[in-house]
Design a protein around this ligand. Structure first.
Ligand code: PLP
Length: 467
């Protein structure tokens, strides 16, 4: 047993955490492939401790997963106290009290009319479920020709083959292109680098109008759904569409019988300061997917929440949804989901994300004028992004081969804070270098100060090397 830091004890001896190229071989595939691959042996609040005893502020919440903080032993204690004997039932044939309870709780907070919940183990599966459910709905409406799903450039919806095809992330999908159907995309809502070289409000929200253009181009009778991250997550580090954007998107979707699917796998569960990010606009999607925060990293769980109207239609016509995953809705995952839900409510964590998010944003706004290369700060709540540019006047990015964002992330790590770079090279040479900030909601103002101070020092160090 090793004392790592106050109150944090590891059962493992300190070791080389795989941070050197000559680290001993292991059975973990990623550890074989990546240098600087940490072995995290303890965690508490916003801190992670690796097997060498180094402690880090987790400024990205894993990958925007953790919201309640690390190491909350109350979750497992409450599950143990309330556990019944059922280890597994297959959700395609049976339900269980934990699934029922979590579905009821989730539906009660999701901005969907009369929501019905389908649980999965992860966000990609939840999005696949949403796309398949939309298809089944159109079949049952007698619109068999509707199958295409429109999404946006610079987007991410998951790593399964169908979701890679729908993601606007060429650096991740290009090598798998033989397996991927091409799918129609509309322009990203990215005001800092408007794809139409326009500015708001004179633009007339052209990026929303782009949906109608693509629906007409593809043929409205072929389009099933529009899939969108309400606020960009890892692809554009917190890019927020302008006021009125989703109201127009909803109008276009309704005009052409296209279902509006909000992928809230990253932004849902309070991350952006509202329970769901789409609630920053006055719209009601047809399907919402939710992931990361739902289990807060304490269990693999995600969900697809569809409107009652969709499910009622399917029930009254074909009565079929030919789909399912073995582990979707399993009792233990849902039991943990229930405890996470209750913990969030008891500690008002969604509200905390809003106030801590405002605090973080104010600190970033103070930092920006001291570093002209910070071209843009964006995001809402505790999903914030910083874009670094080579020339602040022209917004010209650094050349991708300078790897500015990944060097900043490495510098910060050496100073004890873990950030994440926004999709390396997704729009190489066009977008600036992006840093994503999405800590657990329990981060304190002091920890935010430290995180932002380390970010500033790390950016300055990397820029000094470029000078
Ligand atoms: N959708 C969004 C917006 C995401 O950010 C992610 C993961 O980062 C996914 C879907 C995929 O979720 P998972 O990795 O749980 O399959």
């Amino acid at each position: 047993m090793t004392e790592l830091s106050a109150g944090i004890v590891s059962t493992q001896e300190p070791e080389d955490a795989g941070t050197t190229p000559d680290a001993p071989p292991t059975s973990v595939l990623y550890r074989e492939l990546l240098q600087n691959y940490k072995n995290i042996v303890a965690s508490e609040g916003v801190y992670l401790t690796d097997s060498t005893g180094r402690r880090y502020i987790d400024a990205v919440g894993g990958t925007a997963v953790n919201i309640i903080g690390h190491g909350v032993s109350e979750i497992s204690a409450r599950v143990a106290d309330n556990w019944d004997s059922t280890s597994f039932v297959y959700s395609a044939f049976m339900t269980n009290p934990w699934q029922e309870e979590l579905a009821r709780k989730l539906a009660s907070i999701t901005p969907i009319e009369d929501g019905r919940v389908f649980f999965t183990s992860g966000g990609s599966e939840a999005n696949e479920s949403a796309v398949k459910l939309a298809r089944q709905y159109h079949l049952d409406c007698g619109r068999a020709s509707k199958w295409k799903v429109i999404s946006r450039t610079a987007s991410y919806h998951g790593n399964t083959l169908a979701m890679l095809a729908l993601s606007g992330r060429p650096t991740w999908s290009a090598r798998y292109s033989p397996y991927l159907d091409s799918s129609p995309k509309i322009a990203a809502a990215y005001c800092y680098r408007c794809p139409f070289s326009l500015s708001h409000p004179q633009c007339g929200i052209r990026c929303a109008e782009d949906l109608e253009r693509v629906i007409l181009q593809e043929g409205p009778d072929t389009v099933s759904a529009f899939l969108v991250e309400p606020i960009s997550g890892s692809s554009l580090a917190g890019a927020v569409p302008v006021e009125g954007y989703y109201e127009r998107i909803q109008e276009i979707c309704r005009k052409y019988d296209v279902l509006f699917i909000a992928d809230e796998v990253l932004t849902g569960y309070g991350r952006t300061g509202r329970t769901f990010a789409i609630e920053h606009w006055d719209v009601t999607p047809d399907i919402v997917t939710v992931g990361k925060g739902l289990g807060s990293g304490y269990t693999p769980i995600a969900a697809c929440v569809a409107s009652g109207a969709i499910v009622d239609k399917i029930r009254s016509v074909s009565g079929q949804f030919v789909h399912g995953f073995t582990y979707g809705g399993m009792p233990m995952a849902c039991a943990i989901g229930v405890q996470v839900f209750d913990y969030i409510q008891e500690h008002s964590l969604f509200e905390l994300a809003s106030t801590r998010g405002d605090y973080l944003r104010a600190r970033l706004e103070e930092l920006a004028p001291t570093i002209p290369a910070i071209g843009d700060i964006r995001g809402l709540g505790l999903l914030q992004g910083v874009e670094i540019v080579g020339n602040p006047k022209t917004r010209q990015p650094f050349s991708p081969d300078r790897k500015i964002a990944s060097r900043i992330v490495r510098e910060a790590e050496a100073r004890g804070v873990l950030f994440r770079e926004g999709t390396p090279g997704a729009n190489a040479g066009k977008d600036g270098d992006q840093i994503q900030i999405s800590p657990p909601f329990v981060i304190s103002p002091n920890e935010i100060d430290e995180m932002v101070s380390v970010l500033g020092d790390s950016i300055r160090t990397v820029l000094a090397e470029e000078a």
